[in-house]
Structures are given as structure tokens and as C-alpha cells.
Design a protein around this ligand. Structure first.
Ligand SMILES: Cc1ncc(COP(=O)(O)O)c(C=O)c1O
Length: 413
């Protein structure tokens, strides 16, 4: 007999990962996965660097400096962030805590800021990265308040009024919002928040006395378009908080998984100027400590900023080429998608015109499930708008960072 909690988790159906990936030559009947947000286009470059630098140091056999990030790694990450995020105040290694991925640190932030028995909750815009639901709430039992601020635009300053209404509506229902969580650049819309919007959101958080958590894991996966205006990334730390918000209410998440195509390294960090918050985070990192070997490799990588600059330049080139190819393929098939945005690894498809509504008595969400089943039978998987809390049915997130053959085969299917 399991605990109530255990029995509930057992129903979630989180399986071991399967590997039956499509390959034109070796596995033509395999599955085309457009689901995992990974930059596999950069795996060869990363592998090349690691294979040149992987002399296993005997320090990696030990617990070493422990669970929260070696000083070398925190120093290298601080230097990297100071070089690329243009923080208003220099980021120091003492502000940074590492764990085995941002996934865990998202949960840790919730554990540290919210009390489930006080009806505490976190507010998010919608649509948004679907796994936040599990990462923030599965083990913490806190409330998530999804706020509709428009299907494709939660980035203009007008979203602030939407979040304010969301906050007040939650309060009226007895939910005590403790933080606003944003994802910048955004997953799944691939867009960046403007400086003006970020200032508005900081002011809102200050006025409500809540924290702002900014997941900036795609910060340097922003590629420039040559055919139209591109958005640029502004870190929340690039805004001088003086006169806006107490800096102890602002926390940033970053990691190796996305910008460096290194999700298998399992390394994420949280950057916070709130010493009490940081002490609490460090204590919880005991349960999700990063591997010394991963930390050693990541340190060597981040210390080599000349290589990092070359790597990012190539990454941006590959992202743009892949985005242009997928746009071309979708155009040929008459499939719409959200055109804005120039960040991340994905496109937000609008398949509402293809929903089999006549088979579901007009129920759009049921029609989306049916369409998802059909894709799956045809050997294509994607994240759905339902998982991403899209306000209306028919949306799917397509990850385009796969090789051109796989991209073409997936769209054909
Ligand atoms: C917005 C966002 N945050 C966090 C993660 C997970 O990061 P990590 O691999 O560091 O656990 C993802 C992965 O898709 C993501 O999209």
C-alpha cells in the first residue's frame, strides 16, 4: 500500500525514456520526436570540446566541495553571466547555487517561497512551458494560477494589467500568490520580454510584495533574422532595481541544458541576491546535487570564453537555418504558426483548422486529443497546447532543432 501521495504519483505515467528515433538509413519506421526541447544541432560541437578536455581528475571521485556547485564552476558561471547578461550589478559566485538541472531548482524555489497549508501559489502567464505544472507543484502541492494575457502576446507592457487582475482574482478566491514566474526567452512562444515590460512586471511584484522568478534558460539561444526585425534578450538582472524593487525579491534560473546543448550534463543554477533564499536553496540541493564530473567539464567549457563565443555564433546560425527550413516546409503544407519570435528551439503551431471537431461533437480539447493520437499513430510526437495551458485548442509545440531529413519526414507524416 502506497501513501496517498505515492498512489497519486503512480497515476502520472512518467515512463522511462524510450529510444526508437527515426533515422532515414537505420530506423526509417522510428518515431520522429518534435517534443524534446534540445539543441541537438550543437551536440557534435559540444562533444568535440568535451573529448578534448575530459581528462578525468581524481577530485571527481569524491564528494569534493559538495552539493551546491564548486567555487571554480560558480566563478566561471559568474564571469559568463557578467559577459553575456549585462547585469546592472556584477553577479558574484556567492549568488549562484548549482543543482542537477533547473527542473529541480524550479521546485526548490516553490518549496522555499510557498506554504501549501497557507494556500500559497505561483502565478504564470499562459501558454507556458508545460512541465512547470509538474516541476512547481507535483511534490509541493501548491496552487498554480495561470493568467490569460493573450494567446500570443504576453510580452507587451499591457500584460502587466493582466497579471494584476490575475493576482486580485486569485486573492479573492483565497489564494495567496507568493511569486510571479516568467520564462524569458519564452517557451513555447520563442519571444523575449521587452525591457519596458520587465520593468512593469518588477513594479507589479514590488507593489504586491511578491517575488519574481525569471527562468532564463534560453537566454543565449536568440538568433537574428535578416528578413524582419528581431527581438533581443534582456535579463531581469540587466535592470537596475533601484527605486523599482528590493533585489532580494528577484531570482534567475539558468543552466547548461539549452544554450550549450548539454541537457545530459544535468547542471542548472539559480542566481539570487537574497542571502536567506540562497541559504535555503543550498540546503535543499542535497537532494539534487550535480555530479563532480559534469561540474568539472562545465567549468572548463565556461572558462574558455573564446570557444563559448564561437559555439554560440554557430548555434545561432544553425537555429536560424533550421527555423527557415521548418517555416518553408510548413508554408508548403499550408500549416500556420505563430510567426513572431526568434529564440528557443520551437515553433508554436496553429492546427485549429485541422481539429476533427465533427468527430467530437464540437469539443475542441477532445478533438486536439484525437489529433494527437493520430500523430502518434503516424509516428510523430509533439507537446500539445493542452499541456502548455493554451487558452484555446489546436496549438502544438514543434521543436525544429533536428536534422533536416528528420524535419522533412516529420512534417510529411
Ligand atoms: C523553461 C524551461 N525551464 C527548465 C527546463 C529544464 O531544464 P533542466 O534540463 O536544466 O532541468 C526546460 C526544459 O525544457 C525549460 O524549457
Amino acid at each position: 500500500m502506497l501513501s496517498r501521495r505515492g498512489a497519486q504519483w503512480a497515476t502520472i505515467g512518467f515512463a522511462h525514456g524510450e529510444q526508437n528515433n527515426y533515422n532515414a538509413a537505420t530506423n526509417p519506421k522510428g518515431i520522429v520526436s518534435f517534443a524534446n526541447a534540445e539543441n541537438s544541432l550543437m551536440h557534435d560541437d559540444l562533444t568535440g570540446f568535451i573529448n578534448e578536455h575530459n581528462d578525468f581528475d581524481k577530485r571527481c571521485c569524491a564528494y569534493g566541495e559538495g552539493y551546491t556547485g564548486t567555487l571554480c564552476l560558480r566563478r566561471a558561471m559568474a564571469a559568463h553571466l557578467n559577459a553575456h547578461f549585462h547585469p546592472a550589478n556584477n553577479i558574484g559566485p556567492e549568488e549562484i547555487t548549482f543543482a542537477a538541472g533547473v527542473t529541480y531548482l524550479n521546485e526548490a524555489s516553490t518549496l522555499i517561497l510557498c506554504d501549501p497549508d497557507q494556500n500559497d501559489g505561483i502565478m504564470l502567464g499562459r501558454p507556458v512551458y508545460g512541465a512547470f505544472a509538474r516541476d512547481l507543484a507535483m511534490r509541493t502541492n501548491i496552487h498554480l494560477e495561470y493568467v490569460s494575457v493573450g494567446d500570443t502576446d504576453q510580452f507587451s507592457p499591457s500584460c502587466v494589467a493582466g497579471f494584476e487582475s490575475g493576482f486580485e482574482a486569485a486573492k479573492a478566491r483565497g489564494t495567496n500568490i507568493k511569486a510571479l514566474m516568467i520564462c524569458n526567452p519564452h517557451n513555447p512562444l520563442g519571444r523575449c520580454y521587452s525591457r519596458e515590460t520587465l520593468i512593469g512586471l518588477l513594479r507589479l511584484c514590488a507593489s504586491k510584495g511578491i517575488h519574481l522568478i525569471s527562468d532564463e534558460i534560453y537566454a543565449l539561444s536568440v538568433y537574428e533574422r535578416h528578413d524582419r526585425e528581431s527581438e533581443t534578450f534582456t535579463s531581469i538582472r540587466a535592470i537596475d532595481p533601484t527605486g523599482i524593487i528590493d533585489p532580494s525579491q528577484v531570482h534567475v534560473l539558468y543552466g547548461m541544458s539549452k544554450d550549450f546543448g548539454a541537457s545530459g550534463m544535468r547542471l542548472g543554477c539559480i542566481i539570487s541576491q537574497n542571502e536567506e533564499f540562497t541559504r535555503a536553496t543550498r540546503a535543499t540541493c542535497r537532494f539534487s546535487s550535480p555530479s563532480q564530473f559534469s561540474m568539472d567539464l562545465a567549468t572548463k567549457f565556461l572558462e574558455d570564453q573564446e570557444f563559448v563565443a564561437k559555439f554560440l555564433k554557430r548555434s545561432h546560425h544553425c537555429l536560424l537555418q533550421s527555423r527557415l527550413l521548418v517555416e518553408d516546409l510548413l508554408f508548403q503544407e499550408g500549416i500556420s504558426y505563430s510567426q513572431k519570435g526568434n529564440a528557443g528551439f520551437f515553433l508554436w503551431l496553429d492546427l485549429s483548422a485541422f481539429l476533427p471537431l465533427h468527430e467530437t461533437g464540437g469539443d475542441g480539447w477532445a478533438a486536439q486529443r484525437l489529433l494527437t493520437d493520430r500523430f502518434s499513430k503516424a509516428g510523430v510526437i509533439m507537446s500539445t497546447g493542452a499541456e502548455y495551458r493554451a487558452p484555446s485548442p489546436g496549438r502544438f509545440r514543434l521543436v525544429f532543432c533536428v536534422d533536416p531529413d528528420t524535419l522533412k519526414e516529420g512534417i510529411r507524416r
